[in-house]
Structure formats: structure tokens, C-alpha cells
Design a protein around this ligand. Structure first.
Ligand code: SAM
Length: 264
């Protein structure tokens, strides 16, 4: 993984951000796109704090199975602390070397993880391998060029966001995702976007937690001075109080399936 490290502290922050109304709504949209049925087996690659796995476990029920894997031992520990269903399990694991048998899942989901995997094509091949023929997958990814974030200092905003791009291996992955899925053997079944729009920078907004994450990451690099970074971060509260805050981005949702007759 390049850039961001999902350590204990980062895991706690991620857990908080993922409970904001924006990310809860995004999760509901992902679940809608997954179109799950009772009894299905589902693998969540890069399950993070495990909220998606928990919701999926409720839908597939006791005759189904949900496995969440993540490269971060801290995040898997958090998942296990809350784990409530016997048919839900977690394991530390890498997207490029999934420790699961061939053709063992009806569904593979991977939300905002592929961006962090340097060998993303290998990750897609692994998702393909573990899916049953006829099984389906949903990948969700962010293109960091799709962020519109108002600042009275657009040059400083551009500098900070450029520096932030290095937090992941593929900051513009969505634009090549359909091609990559087909290349990995999948049948491409379409794409959709889920928009996030914040007109307030409050505790329940996705962008407030994001701003803190960006500030902490960029502070460790030489690209932006400490004063500029502090001014960049401080501006959001003022804009929000003045009713002039604006943050918007899209999540790109890709759907694909494993053909029943695979010759590759
Ligand atoms: C932005 S979080 C997304 C978490 C979760 N999928 C969600 O959307 O709620 C990215 C996650 O990818 C995990 N990750 C990064 N590289 C990975 C890899 N090579 N294999 C498995 N997980 C990985 C991180 O540990 C982190 O939990």
C-alpha cells in the first residue's frame, strides 16, 4: 500500500467518518447496487471498519456467509470487537493474494480500496478468481479530480490536493476501471455515480473528517508550509459559519460479473 497507513489511530478516525450521514448513505447505495439475496456468500475486500459487512450479513442471513478481509490488523481488530453474526468472519489479508478458494463466493465487493493497491490488476484478477461463475462484483472508487471544494485561495487548495493525491497509488482509477475489469475477465455490467454534497462543514459531514485526514497526511510532507496548511484547514469553519461552504465529490460504482463460461 502506498501513502496512507491504516494504523490504530487512523482506524479510529475512519470508523468515525464512516458513521457520518454521507458515508451511511453511500453504503446504502452500495448495498442497493449489490442486489443481495438471502443465503448468498459475499467477500468484502478491504472491509475497513466492517460496517458494510455487518449490513450485508443482516441481508444474507444465517444461510449465507460474509467474509471481510483487510490488510490492516488494527481495522480487523475493530471489526472483530463488534462482530455479532456467526456467519460473518474477518481475516487479515491482501487484495492481491486473497486467501480464499477459487470460485467460492456469489458476490465480491470492494469499496474504495482498489485505489490503494499498487498492483490493482492483480487485485481484480483475485476478485475474479474467487467469484463463482455467474457471480457478480461491485467496485467503488474515487477520482480525486472530481472534488469541487470552494476556497478563497484556489492556488493553496490546488497545492494541498495535489499533495494529497499521493495518499493512494491510483488517485484517478475510475477512468480506467471499466477497461481493467474487462481485462481481468469480467463482463462489464454498467456504472453509476453516488454524489456527496456538503454545504456545511459539520461533524456529520464526510468532508470534515476528510479535511482532517488530508491535513494530517500533507503535514508529513514538504509540499505545503505549516502556516498554509493550517490556513487551508482553518478556512472551512469560517466559510461554513458564513454560509459559504461548498464541498462536492462523486463515488464511481462499477458493476461486473464472471461469465459462466470462462476460457481464460
Ligand atoms: C478508504 S478505506 C475503505 C474501507 C471500506 N472498504 C469502506 O469503504 O468502508 C481503504 C481500506 O483498504 C484497505 N486496504 C488498502 N490496501 C489493501 C490491500 N492491498 N489489501 C486489502 N486491504 C487493503 C485499508 O486497510 C482500508 O481499510
Amino acid at each position: 500500500m502506498s501513502g496512507l497507513e491504516f494504523t490504530k489511530e487512523a482506524a479510529k478516525q475512519l470508523e468515525k467518518t464512516y458513521l457520518t450521514r454521507d458515508v451511511v448513505a453511500q453504503r446504502l447505495e452500495t448495498i442497493r447496487q449489490l442486489n443481495l439475496s438471502c443465503g448468498e456468500s459475499v467477500l468484502d475486500i478491504g472491509c475497513g471498519p466492517g460496517y458494510l459487512c455487518e449490513s450485508i450479513a443482516e441481508i444474507v442471513g444465517r444461510h449465507g456467509a460474509v467474509v471481510g478481509i483487510d490488510v490492516s490488523t488494527d481495522l480487523i481488530a475493530l471489526c472483530n470487537q463488534r462482530k455479532a453474526s456467526a456467519w460473518l468472519s474477518y481475516a487479515v489479508g491482501d487484495a492481491t493474494q486473497v486467501n480464499q478458494a477459487d470460485a467460492s463466493f456469489d458476490v465480491v465487493v470492494c469499496t474504495q480500496v482498489a485505489e490503494y493497491v499498487p498492483d490493482v490488476d492483480r487485485g481484480l484478477s483475485e476478485a475474479f478468481r474467487v467469484l463463482k461463475p455467474g457471480g457478480r462484483t461491485v467496485f467503488v472508487a474515487t477520482d480525486w479530480d472530481a472534488v469541487v471544494w470552494y476556497s478563497e485561495n484556489p492556488e493553496r487548495m490546488a497545492l494541498v490536493m495535489k499533495s494529497w493525491e499521493e495518499h493512494c497509488a491510483h488517485p484517478h482509477l475510475p477512468r480506467s476501471m471499466a477497461y481493467k475489469l474487462v481485462n481481468a475477465g469480467f463482463r462489464f455490467d454498467g456504472a453509476a455515480i453516488f454524489p456527496i454534497l456538503n454545504l456545511q462543514c459539520d461533524d456529520d459531514s464526510y468532508s470534515k473528517g476528510l479535511a482532517q485526514g488530508i491535513r494530517d497526511f500533507v503535514a508529513r510532507k514538504p509540499d505545503v508550509s505549516a502556516d498554509d496548511l493550517s490556513a487551508w484547514h482553518g478556512e472551512f469553519e469560517h466559510l461554513s459559519e458564513a454560509g459559504r461552504y461548498f464541498f462536492s465529490t462523486n463515488r464511481y460504482i462499477f458493476k461486473a460479473s464472471k461469465p459462466t463460461t470462462h476460457t481464460g
